[in-house]
Design a protein around this ligand. Sequence first.
Ligand code: RIB
Ligand code: CA
Length: 320
Amino acid sequence: MQRILIDTDPGVDDAFAIFLALRSPELHVEAITTVCGNVSVTQATQNLLTILGVLDLDEFPLIAQGEAEPLVKPLVMATHVHGDDGLGNVSQLRNTDGSPLYPQANTTVSSAAGVDLMLEMAARYPDELTIIALGPLTNIAKAIRKDAEKMQRLQKIVLMGGAFEAYGNVTTTAEFNIFVDPQAAHEVFEFDVPIHIVPLDATHQVILTGERLHAEIDKREGTISHFLKDATHACMEFYREHVGFWGFHIHDALPIGMLTRPDYFESVPAHVQVETEGTLTSGMTVADLRPERQHRDPNANVCIKVAVEAFLDYFFERLQ
Ligand code: RIB
Ligand code: CA
């Protein structure tokens, strides 16, 4: 059983990742911290409570709200993709009696800052804790700045972010999580703990079509199914208009799958750097993935290939 902390900016695909993690007996989700990104950190925290409310949990992970602003740049959000509330506007859906269709989980958000909960977990589980980073790396960079010694005891960091031989999804060269806070990404990539990166090169291989999602949902009953249909409508319409297919990429589910089904993922060692200044290239992740150059002072493993059908079948088996 692997102990994990999820750092997240929910986000529709973050919701898929959180469902998958909490439905994985191989994982124990010790804590979840929220970070600014797709939405404000306050909205991210509300969305996390909504996501947790969809699952019928006996016990809840510890929850703490993280950083509201990137280290240097002003916050850029992605509500145009994920909906005004970041979850396809499900927070506005009501039952006939006016009560929320998706009520928030009956649990509390810690009064501690997300960075402090992250440090507390790293200290409580030395060499055992994996951080799964599904948003900008602001919380992790701040935790390193605050207490590098504690963060040094992390077992590893598995993050969704970056684009190497793939185009970016914010600019031509930058993926969203890195684009929002390139300075934080730079400081994390320079920090000496094992880092596994799941970039757009990998996540763009896994296309969840609306047809497949609805076919899987229609096989099931239950709140998760209704939630997935309601929460994905906005982003799948965005994809239909701007990406060219009806569906979307479940980016953030892949780092979870990397922990529970590692054999579905192929990675290569690389020395990864981040452009923190560039006018055209701010947030670009830079690494030479050519086989003959992969062993030059690697600071990360970069996922380059996914067993797509196997992963999607596994994903939907878990979301029974
Ligand atoms: O580029 C995709 C990433 O940015 C995902 O984590 C998505 O949720 C957004 O945070
Ligand atoms: Ca995310």
